[in-house]
Ligand binder design. Sequence first.
Ligand SMILES: [Zn+2]
Length: 312
Amino acid sequence: MNAVPLEAVEQCYFCRSPLGPEVLRTAYTDLWPNPAGQVFTYRPCEPCRLVVLADRPVYGPALEEFSARQGGCAAFDGASPSWVVRALTRGLQARKLAVLRRVTRVEPGMRVLEVGCGRGAFAGYLARRVGCEVHGNDLHPLPASPGVTYHAGPFAPGLFGETRFDLIVAHHVVEHVYDPLAFIAGAHALLAPGGVLVLETVNKDCATFRWFGQDWGLLCAPRHTVLYSAAFFEDLPARVPFAGVEVFFDGYARAVSPLAQSLVHRLRLPLGTGVGKALAFALFALLNPWLAPLELGLGLGRAVITVVARRA
Ligand SMILES: [Zn+2]
């Protein structure tokens, strides 16, 4: 993919206040080779305590096509012909379920929706392992897990008819969407009384973001449109009428070292190419087993947060 047109954003995605001065800029992206040297800037909203992408790709088919082709970890495929991919996928799903069980109740018969389900690896795992009734939503889901009801299209309450859910899970989705307030309010509307929304996302208030800035391994410009903080979510009931919100410095991605990711990013390997991607992965695989436990031991493992929001 070559350059896509950018649009300037001057106001906070949430409160519509004018954004503060630029906190970082980068032309480095894993989205496309970026031969035109397009620069992406991030600016803060001080009242909301978050940072947003201030010049973002215009939403359209090119971006959707990319998301469908390369949907991050959600693309892990439990039905892959490669045993390495299948083993990685199983480990990942087990970690997702373990985190989910640490933060909320997950029981057989619960009706669960996973937003951003990709090929449905985790949705299928929940259905088989726990016995939940599982629905999955993505822009273009590629159904690979039986036992999951798929709903294709941009997330909107209208996609699900009258169905309401006991649990809605979205792993690393809310930092990608263009109207995150509508996204969270839509999830609230789809919860049954007492239902719970669980979001996992990246946390800008962590040591590695302060140290690395534009080289932060979790920046993923320009795919990440909002970099959140725990404080933002603690104030969420003032915007969307959840009965309560808890934030955990935990997540399935905790075993991935942000320090290792950031060091690899600093090398500026061409991630838009196959060779660049393979080199980056090899370096990361060498560094991660050493750095991940060290970071957790030093209390630096706060780069991801899990948010649990409960409907009255
Ligand atoms: Zn704001």
